[in-house]
Design a protein around this ligand. Structure first.
Ligand SMILES: [Zn+2]
Length: 197
């Protein structure tokens, strides 16, 4: 009787031990599974971060390329504007600097003035026929006159022994004469009659 009871108890204990072992094995398996999932999650997180970093890098690169292209375009446009401005200035210069016929200066020219129109007035100083009456022929030894070789105006019959006086008159005409020097196509007559006003 006692033996039977012990045997039964023993069997029960064995069964419980086996159940406990099973439970431990299941728990261990579950732990392993959990650890595996945890690792997978960690890997997934790392990959996600890497992907985000990769995306950000690609975006930054694309933006940099775009900025470079835009900067290049700005540079090219600025260069073109610069070239256009230079060409315009050159054209302007060519237009304003029309080729002119070389103006013949009168005999005895002693002074030249550039007129506002780009022409020339001169002061001539012919050796005076009366110089012998003068004490200082360096001052009074010449008959000074002025003439605008561009428009044809001149001091007419008026002459002076005073160079300073004639210089002033010549300079005054130069300051108001707007006649422009004749171009290669102009005739001498057209120059004189057309320019005089
Ligand atoms: Zn003139």
């Amino acid at each position: 009787m006692l033996t039977i009871a012990r045997t039964t108890e023993l069997a029960k204990l064995r069964e419980q031990a086996a159940q406990a072992k099973d439970a431990a094995a299941r728990e261990s398996s579950a732990r392993r599974e959990l650890a595996k999932l945890g690792e997978q999650l960690r890997v997934a997180l790392v990959e996600k971060k890497q992907a985000e970093a990769e995306t950000a890098r690609a975006e930054a690169e694309a933006r940099a390329v775009l900025e470079r292209v835009q900067a290049d375009q700005v540079g090219v446009c600025a260069g073109l504007r610069c070239t256009i401005a230079e060409l315009r200035a050159e054209l302007q210069q060519l237009r304003s600097a029309q080729p002119t016929v070389r103006e013949e200066l009168p005999e005895h020219t002693v002074l030249r003035f550039r007129t506002v129109g780009g022409g020339t007035t001169v002061v001539t100083g012919k050796p005076s026929t009366y110089w012998s009456y003068c004490q200082d022929k360096n001052v009074h030894g010449h008959d000074y006159a002025w003439k605008c070789v561009t428009c044809g105006d001149d001091s007419s019959s008026y002459t002076s022994h005073d160079l300073a006086d004639m210089r002033r008159r010549s300079n005054e005409h130069a300051a108001s004469c707007r006649a422009i020097p004749a171009g290669p196509g102009d005739t001498a007559d057209a120059e004189k009659t057309g320019a005089r006003s």
